[in-house]
Design a protein around this ligand. Sequence first.
Ligand code: ADP
Ligand code: MG
Length: 324
Amino acid sequence: MPDGASSGTAPLLSVDRLTVEYPVAGRTLSAVADVSLVVGRGETLGLVGESGCGKSTLGRAVLQLRRPTGGKVVFDGTELTELDGEALRLMRRRLQLIFQDPIASLNPRRCIGDIVAEPLIIIGISDRVERERRVRDVLSAVGLDPELVWRRLPHEFSGGQCQRVCIARALILEPELVICDEPVSALDVSIRAQILNLLEEMKRRYGLTLLFIAHDLAVVKAVSDRIAVMYLGRLCEVGPTERLFARPAHPYTALLLEAIPVPDPTIAPATNVAAGEPPSPLDPPSGCRFRTRCPRADSVCAEKVPVLRPISSGQVVACHHPLS
Ligand code: ADP
Ligand code: MG
């Protein structure tokens, strides 16, 4: 696999040539196209790209919440695309998803204690004392006082506190892989760092592996061992975080880096990531999908789809004219 063993640890998750298409008004929308990546046990892989590039679709396809059109998803040696029914339900306990909008993903009519206990009830833990002990433990772990929050409703809490509840609910079954889909994007800038720190702490405490999705490179930088950059359904580049920031190989990665806001307000930030809107995934460009916005594109880029190939240690790029 092109970006395979580079994570340095045995892969917990391997995604192989994953394709997800949506039928839209008689046409085919190519949301994820031929994506291969691995996540090593204990690793955090950041997945970045502009809104609409297929990040959430990829995350949902890993969990089989959206069935892929093609390709494989292997979790700890088991092919998930072939599982259904009870076997898939059992496997899903080991993979959890944390969403972007914490308030919307909590049932507004149930108290926090019940929300966090619900996964335990679903898997059939009938001993109430045991359930309450586990809920108390996980609420404390995410920095909430069980006695204070137990009987309260989600609307009594801020977005950041609701995300803590969502994290508690995701962790209560002690999953191995957590897919964090833009977990801080909807939160106030002032509390983003707290939630990122909490995820890091939970990762250590529970020995988690994370697939961390964001549209913002600055956010994934803080948490990722490696970063995968996606554009219009395809992977552009995958590499160790330091390397990708220091020596981006794909022109799109370079443009994303330029677009990171500068902390000094007297320095004007780079304007748009790349001129114009991304093309429609209903009608993606031939060859390299980024070519219509790429400063380096030529006729080869219109003809041939670039495949991921190694460019430096642990770094792979899908580009006919990578930056050297
Ligand atoms: P991201 O998470 O990177 O913003 P998404 O995975 O949500 O991207 O979407 C990828 C593409 O698939 C977008 O063009 C989006 O409009 C489309 N899409 C997402 N969900 C559906 C759906 N259920 N039906 C049809 N198109 C969808
Ligand atoms: Mg999304």
